[in-house]
Every structure is written in C-alpha cells, then in structure tokens.
Write a protein that binds this ligand. Structure first.
Ligand code: ADP
Ligand code: FDM
Ligand code: MG
Length: 212
C-alpha cells in the first residue's frame, strides 16, 4: 500500500492579519506533535523568477500588469514538482499565501477580472484547507503601518479584501474563516486544531487540482 500523504494547508488574509506569524507557529507546533511539516511562502523570492517579483514589489523595476501576474503564477508552478514530492512522502506543507493572493491582488487592478486572473493557476495542487485570517483594516493598522512595497496602500488593500470575499464564495475550495483579531495564542490554537483534522482527512485522498 502506498504511504499516507501530507496535507496542503494555505494561509491567506490581508496585510498584517498574522499569516507569517501563524505559519511559523503552526509548522513548529505540528513538528512537535510528530507530523512531518515544512513551511513555504509565495512569492518565493529566492528563485530567478522570485527575484524579478521581489524587484517589482520593492518598486525597483516596473513590469506590465499581465506579465507580473504570470510571473507570480510561474513562481508557484516552478515549485509544484517539489510540492507534490513532499506531499507524497508524507510531509504536510503550510504555505504563506498561494494562488488566492495572486487572483485577489491582480484582479484589484483596472481591467482585470477574476476569471482571467484564475486561469494560469488552474490545476495547481489544491489546498486541503485554506485558512483565511480575517481582520478589520482598523485592527491591521493597530499592528503597525504599511511598508514601502507596491501594493501597500489603504485604497488597494480595500479592493483586495473585496476580491478575497468573492473568491470565498467558491465552495469547491475548503475555506475556513478565522477571527484573526484574537491574540496570537488563541488564533494559533484554532489553526492547529483545524490543521490536525485536515491532515487526518487528507491522508488517504488523492491530491486535488485547484479550480478544475
Ligand atoms: P502578515 O504576514 O499577515 O502580513 P505578520 O504575521 O507579519 O502578518 O504580522 C504583522 C504584525 O502583527 C507583526 O508585528 C506581528 O507580530 C503582529 N501580530 C501578528 N498576529 C497578531 C495578533 N494576533 N495580535 C497582535 N499582533 C499580531
Ligand atoms: N502577491 C502575492 C501578489 O500580488 N500575487 C501573488 O500571487 C502573491 C503570492 O505580493 F502584496 C502580493 C501580495 C503582497 C506581496 O507580500 C507579498 P508578503 O508580505 O511577502 O506576503
Ligand atoms: Mg507576511
């Protein structure tokens, strides 16, 4: 019999919702509980494509809007062989942002619709669980100001939130909304519980395909 696979867990949410904090905590906690677990993030800025993305986000280079969208998607696809290999070898992956960020951000630009934005990511490994960390703009603001990256403005982030809400209407994706205004420990406890359940549910199921 084939071995049991790991689960693909994605964290999404607005700027300063706590994604990176919770992703780190979750990986550590799952390891302590004996699950083989690794963390990933998108964009993965260390690859060649990732360096182009990093330079765009830091406003050091300008890229045409469709082009940067496709680069974000390519930055996921280039990791797919590794992602599948890890999942099949029983490693649970906790990913800080995924295709949902890709669609929510680009479709917040003028003249981009959700449908077009999803197409390059159709067929990616489907997350077993997408944890959406929900915070109000006021709570996010209380956690510090924006940095200097290209999308870090109130007006753009407001549009992104609306796009996330549209994406969450898609019931083919296993979204769970988390109240991320709670303290770090309380959010962490909930994420850990939901993730452990997702790992149990996913272990003998095939890896799905996103948006197919
Ligand atoms: P994201 O990756 O979603 O942008 P971070 O994890 O980087 O968010 O967190 C943004 C800031 O908010 C950090 O300074 C972090 O320590 C703080 N933070 C994260 N979660 C909470 C929380 N639940 N309550 C208060 N502050 C938090
Ligand atoms: N982002 C992230 C996109 O526009 N498209 C994508 O596909 C992904 C994964 O990049 F502004 C945006 C979202 C955010 C920035 O920021 C990355 P962090 O702080 O590294 O998550
Ligand atoms: Mg982050």
């Amino acid at each position: 019999m084939a071995g049991l696979r790991g689960a693909l867990i994605v964290l999404e949410g607005a700027d300063r919702a706590g994604k990176s904090t919770q992703a780190r905590r979750l990986v550590e906690a799952l390891k302590e509980r004996g699950y083989k677990t690794e963390g990933l993030r998108f964009p993965e800025r260390t690859t060649e494509i990732g360096r182009l993305i990093g330079s765009y986000l830091e406003k050091k280079s300008n890229l045409e809007d469709h082009t940067i969208h496709l680069l974000f998607s390519a930055n996921r696809w280039e990791q797919v062989p590794m992602i599948k290999e890890k999942l099949r070898s029983g490693v649970t992956l906790v990913i800080d942002r995924y295709a949902f960020s890709g669609v929510a951000f680009t479709s917040s630009k003028e003249n981009f619709d959700l449908h077009w934005c999803k197409q390059p990511d159709v067929g990616l490994p489907k997350p077993d669980l997408v944890l959406f960390l929900n915070v109000s703009p006021e709570v996010a603001a209380s956690r510090g100001g924006f940095g200097n990256e290209i999308y870090e403005t109130n007006s753009f982030q407001e549009k992104v939130s609306k796009r996330y809400a549209e994406l969450m209407e898609d019931k083919t994706v296993n979204w769970t909304l988390i109240d991320a205004s709670q303290n770090i420990e309380d959010v962490h406890r909930q994420l850990k519980e939901l993730t452990e359940k997702a790992i149990e549910d996913a272990k003998d199921k095939p890896i799905g395909k996103l948006w197919e």
